[in-house]
Design a protein. Structure first.
Length: 123
């Protein structure tokens, strides 16, 4: 019983507290009130609840944004407001969807035409 906490648990009054009691006081009527030890369970649970709530709110916001974007794309594409065109008029060989050159036709032979100058505009 060297620590004050051990003396309190055993029902003894530590010497430093005993010296603070005024002389002539009946020690049987003295009540010493101790502060309860601090519990960290409440703040930890509160922090976990806040983090879980924040994650849930972010997931709901992401889901709502995804639904709104999908609905907007569906409306725009159905109404013709969203369209794209592919220009097929060009001198380059067209690539298929897989990204490779078309192999359904035989390759064209390049003609030996004279090369034009870079300046194609008339003055």
């Amino acid at each position: 019983m060297q620590l004050p906490e051990d003396q309190w648990r055993a029902g003894h009054i530590p010497a430093d507290v005993y010296r603070q009691i005024p002389p002539g006081t009946d020690l049987r009527k003295v009540v010493i009130v101790q502060e309860a030890p601090r519990s960290y369970k409440g703040p930890i649970v509160l922090t976990l609840v806040i983090v879980a709530g924040s994650i849930a709110v972010l997931l709901v916001i992401a889901f709502v944004v995804q639904v709104i974007a999908g609905a907007a794309i569906a409306v725009l594409s159905a109404s013709g407001g969203l369209s794209y065109t592919i220009s097929r008029s060009g001198k380059h060989k067209e690539l298929s969807r897989a990204g490779s050159r078309r192999r359904s036709r035989t390759p064209h032979q390049r003609s030996n035409r004279p090369v034009r100058s870079k300046n194609r505009y008339r003055k």
